[in-house]
Design a binder for this molecule. Structure first.
Ligand SMILES: Nc1ncnc2c1ncn2[C@@H]1O[C@H](COP(=O)(O)OP(=O)(O)OP(=O)(O)O)[C@@H](O)[C@H]1O
Length: 265
């Protein structure tokens, strides 16, 4: 049984102030995070008091405007980021899609990248060749599999990344939206690979701005705003509420910048 158990977790990023009326700049437009202005530092409260319990079978979509904390929560769920307060327990093999994409070596061929991935995962020498051929077939890259990755289009790179992810056999799949950046001509292959990945995972956490992607792959939504959970529940209900909220116009939102009580960093 795979599980993710987050209790009362908070994460902040700290930025050194560089002078100027920073509060004014930050308060213009739609800002997703709450920002605390200290004497010398800005504290960006990316996640505040998040509690979330996921188990086998859960398919959760993360929604929220830019900067509301979705990627930060994905990083928490994948174990790539530590909480500053609260706790997180992850049980199961995690495959964070964003981390895997960043592990690709552009100067090496698709084949060599697949071999390295196998070595990294501890695949036995006996099985490496078979796994690499599996990646080649899944990715449908043909001759491009033998060329350096920097010669690939965005869609080709997506196909390679997702075919490599299929090797991991993850219990917990963590996906960020860039996976849909593939160009229209390769969407079918990319979607097939994505479907295969999602079906084989026990838990899915997927952040996206696309209603279609979320509707296709998730059954519940967690809506983040200024790092807090604004709603969590069945897809249709939460999405309806979120849509109504965004249509009201974000310009009228209260400014999320506040001054810190004097304290030393
Ligand atoms: N490394 C970092 N250093 C400083 N601030 C950061 C860092 N990463 C994220 N933030 C800030 O934390 C807040 C939450 O960011 P996060 O990337 O989690 O939002 P998001 O909901 O994924 O946004 P988007 O929809 O634009 O991808 C934002 O205000 C962002 O500017």
């Amino acid at each position: 049984m795979a599980s993710i158990d987050i209790k009362d977790a908070s994460v902040s990023y700290f930025l050194r102030k560089r002078g100027g009326a920073v509060e004014k700049k930050l308060s213009r437009g739609a800002v997703g995070a709450r920002i605390v202005v200290g004497e010398r530092y800005l504290e960006i409260n990316a996640l505040r008091n998040i509690s979330l319990s996921l188990k086998t079978g859960d398919r959760v979509g993360l929604i929220g405007i830019n900067g509301s904390g979705k990627s930060t929560l994905l990083k928490l769920c994948s174990g790539a980021l530590a909480v500053q307060s609260g706790s997180i327990d992850i049980d199961g093999r995690v495959s964070p899609q964003f981390a895997l994409g960043s592990g690709i070596k552009p100067n090496l061929t698709g084949r060599r990248n697949a071999e390295l991935k196998c070595l990294y995962m501890g695949t036995s020498q006996r099985s490496i060749q078979q796994s690499v051929e599996e990646v080649k077939e899944l990715s449908d890259l043909g001759g491009y599999f033998e060329l350096p990755v920097h010669t690939y289009s965005a869609g080709m790179k997506s196909r390679l990344v997702m075919s490599l992810m299929n090797l991991v056999h993850a219990d917990i799949l963590i996906m960020d939206e860039w996976i849909n950046a593939a160009d229209a001509s390769v969407n079918k292959t990319v979607n097939e690979l994505q479907a295969r990945l999602i079906k084989s995972a026990s838990i899915l956490v997927l952040a996206s701005h696309s209603q279609r992607v979320l509707r296709d792959w998730t059954d519940s939504l967690l809506w983040l705003d200024q790092g807090e959970v604004k709603a969590y529940g069945p897809f249709r209900e939460v999405f309806r509420e979120y849509k109504r909220w965004t249509e009201k116009g974000l310009d009228e939102r209260p400014i999320p910048v506040r001054r810190a009580q004097p304290k030393s960093y």
